[in-house]
Design a protein. Structure first.
Length: 299
């Protein structure tokens, strides 16, 4: 019987072996896992030679291999093993963008009658994120939905998701303003100076998280308007932290809209295609300090 492509993990129990098919998009986030991060059983059996073009990774093992266990009941023989997902550590040891997962796999063989098989569907709990915004002169920081049309109703995310932030300032009664985000810091407690602490925007407007491997964190171009700024950050949590909350604090500032962006007032994203920093507005020179780490302090 053909395996359905829909389950994240599908199991076929055969006469002397089992076959496990794992969807590369294991968590349904659109971000495929690496075949090398998957193994079967306590013996860490690897998958069959993977084809990068295929959407699935396949394991085939004899029932007694890969550290499987056997339970004998009056009616059944039950072989048990576990599919392990162990993500590669992030290039930044302070944070993680994926958490390990385990999927229990069982094959039940009646001691009499016919053999049958069934699929096992894994479950996992997403971590949650909360965002705190400091209001000054009617500044705001909001999590937005996927098309940026409205504020997101939920602040729960799974690793692999993208967090969409929109910062705004109300400028009625003022000269036209342009908004910048100098720094955004994630902590495990409401105290923004606590440890562990991860600044994913730093140096007066450098989105430094965009330099991490396998991330798409960046400022969104073009701006909706000068007094509004959007940016994407790939979801993460602190390594070793058993909690499900992140507290995010950002420092927002404005300059006159007529003033050209400069090293003090900038929004810089890292382009993996070119290996260079690119400004949302202005010339590339204003982002050069993102590499040196010697950006001038905003006035």
């Amino acid at each position: 019987r053909a395996l359905s492509p829909r389950p994240a993990v599908a199991v076929r129990c055969q006469e002397g072996q089992l076959a496990v098919t794992v969807r590369r998009d294991l968590f349904g986030t659109g971000r495929p896992v690496r075949a090398a991060e998957l193994s079967l059983g306590t013996a860490s059996c690897p998958p069959l030679s993977p084809n990068p073009a295929q959407a699935f990774v396949t394991f085939v093992a004899a029932l007694h291999e890969c550290g499987s266990t056997l339970q004998v009941t009056p009616d059944s023989l039950i072989y048990r093993t576990t599919l392990f997902y162990k993500p590669t550590p992030s290039s930044n040891p302070l944070i993680v963008r994926a958490t390990p997962a385990e999927v229990l796999i069982e094959c039940h063989y009646p001691r009499k009658s016919n053999v049958s098989s069934g699929a096992v569907h894994p479950t996992w709990a997403p971590f949650r994120s909360t965002v705190a915004a400091q209001e000054r002169l009617q500044f705001s920081l909001r999590l937005m939905d996927d098309d940026w049309s409205r504020e997101r109703l939920s602040n729960g995310f799974q690793l692999g998701d993208s967090l969409r932030f929109q910062a705004d300032v109300t400028s009625e009664g003022h000269v036209p303003l342009r908004l910048f985000v100098d720094q955004c810091v994630a902590t495990a407690t409401p105290d923004r100076s606590s440890s562990p602490r991860y600044a994913f925007i730093d140096l007066g407007g450098c989105l430094v998280d965009g330099r991490a491997e396998d991330t798409g964190s960046a400022f969104v171009s073009p701006r909706p308007r000068p007094e509004s700024l959007r940016f994407l950050v790939d979801a993460f949590k602190f390594a070793g932290d058993t909690g499900n909350l992140l507290y995010i604090s950002c420092h927002l500032r404005v300059s006159p809209a007529a003033q050209a962006p400069n090293p003090w007032n900038k929004a810089c994203s890292f382009s993996k295609a070119s290996g260079l920093w690119a400004p949302l507005e202005g010339t590339a020179a204003i982002c050069s300090c993102c590499d040196t780490g010697s950006c001038p302090s905003p006035g």
